[in-house]
Design a protein around this ligand. Sequence first.
Ligand code: GRF
Length: 192
Amino acid sequence: GNIVILVSGGGSNMAAIARAAQARRWAERFGVRVAAVVSNKPDAGGLELGRELGLEAAVVDHRGFDSREAFDAALADTIDRWQPVLVVLAGFMRILTPGFVARYEGRLVNIHPSLLPAFPGLHTHRRAIEAGCQVAGATVHLVTAELDHGPILAQAVVPVLAGDAPEALAARVLSQEHRLYPEAIEGWLAAR
Ligand code: GRF
């Protein structure tokens, strides 16, 4: 079966997952391969990075659609070219419609850079610092229609250090994401 990864930016999580699939032999062990990277942004760095890692790449530019539903329908048509067993949101910065989520529910995962249910939404690192949190982290969860609120699959914790700027905390969390996401996906594949 195929895994399709959706990105909007640099795709470092996508790359970590693609590399883990090779190193951890997901093809032989689970019969799956990371087949494609899809982005809503034509200039997303993750597209070229994915191609370099042997993935097919596709763009569904959200600016070409006059409704969220129309974009999501086109996105689903593109994704379904690979008949994915798992759709992975990795730095994908679009809110998906309930219709899209329903189409993939149970095989749609996301990573969010906070310890959900704390800090859903944006600017999570600045908010954690401003709240005086002593720990922060990332959450891998199944995607449901409610933003950043689906069943949690895995979490990673990092310390918030005195004087941390949001960028420093973001980098500390991101490096943990690159370990956490592949691990969480492998656990999901093993439990199928
Ligand atoms: C990062 O902020 C990460 O925490 C979140 O998405 C953003 C970009 O990630 N998951 P990537 O490098 O595009 O995977």
